[in-house]
Ligand binder design. Sequence first.
Ligand SMILES: [Zn+2]
Length: 252
Amino acid sequence: MNGVHTYAFPGTGVPSRLECGLSLAVNGPMRPWADGDNRARLFRSLGIDPSSVAALSQIHSRIVRVAESAEPFAVNGSSMDDHPQGDGLLTANDAVVPTVTVADCMPLWLYDPEARWYGVLHSGWRGTGILRTAVELAADEWGAKPENIRVIMGPHIRSCCYTVDEERADYFRRAFGPDCVRLDPDRSAAGDSRPWRLSLAEANRHLAGELGILEEHLRDTGECTACNTLFGSNRREGADSFTRMVAWIRWR
Ligand SMILES: [Zn+2]
């Protein structure tokens, strides 16, 4: 459908009405301000009213905001400098379409069928932990209970392609458990400066468990943005001109 990928939440019973979507490289770059024409074309093809789209000025943070309506988060008519900053948007308003952009960072889609809210997060290495902010915010706002929350971990750079140095590996091991990093024996023997393989999925799986999200409510799409040329990838395409994709969530 329109050259995009869509994903369904596990264990909801009504997976088809709440759509988690991701544009692909073929749709072109989707930066909120710089790529307005691409975004408008995509949203038109999907039947998404541009005035329902909510976006943030992303800063690789763990800041999550509640969108009671789309208007304060609308890109059209706003400037990036004055726009609300952050990396996650939650809403309980069925008319709002929260979005983030990603290219190797992980999109995390969230849905709580009991407290009736949903959202999407941008979680790269700096932002890993934003899932905690989102779950705590939803508890404050809507009385959300972790055992009701469904999570999809979307396409991102996987441990097959994501190598990091000792310092970053150590940070992740301490913060998100020992399973998220693995020493690559070949890279280590060759004296490579980035001998560790980092799994953002394992880090988030560990965090989700700590937060009380149930294993059966956590889905991992399994796709690697750096391996698979369907996706935009900072690592594969290069920092100067990589294809940021837009991740959205909406009621259909
Ligand atoms: Zn890969």
